[in-house]
Design a protein around this ligand. Structure first.
Ligand code: SF4
Length: 133
């Protein structure tokens, strides 16, 4: 008679994972435990990345801007965000970069706060490699 490791006298017979799961309601397989841990880790990474995402800069708040300046802004069709990525204020020679990071800049023509990702009809491309003003 052939003897297997699990059938030696004094040893419990080897039981499959399915047998263990069906006989013990508290049984959690190693595979299932590791799968749950991996899912939890990925969820935490996702939450961490989402938490680091900055809110977009908005430079449309215009308290105290003179009506004439507001009119010029409208006439020149200033837009706070632009899909024309080749015409962004940040690349315009008239854009003045803000001193503080993540704040609105200004413009030598258009009054009021200017978003680096904005644009208007006057856009003048800064020379390649030229310093922002
Ligand atoms: S001129 Fe227009 S495109 Fe250039 S920085 Fe001023 S608002 Fe932006």
């Amino acid at each position: 008679m052939r003897r297997t490791r699990a059938s030696r006298p004094g040893q419990e017979p080897k039981r499959s994972e399915a047998d263990l799961a069906s006989s013990d309601p508290a049984f959690v397989s190693r595979r299932r435990l590791l799968g749950g841990a991996a899912t939890a880790a990925l969820t935490l990474v996702g939450v961490g990345v989402a938490g680091c995402k900055k809110a977009p800069l908005v430079c449309d708040g215009l308290p105290g801007i003179a009506p004439a300046d507001l009119q010029l802004r409208t006439t020149l069709e200033y837009k706070d965000t632009s899909l024309a990525l080749d015409r962004l204020c940040v690349d315009c020679t008239l854009f003045v970069v803000a001193q503080a990071e993540d704040t609105c800049g200004t413009c030598k023509v258009v009054r009021g706060p200017i978003n680096p990702k904005g644009t208007c009809k006057v856009f003048l491309r800064r020379q390649p490699g030229g310093p922002p003003t």
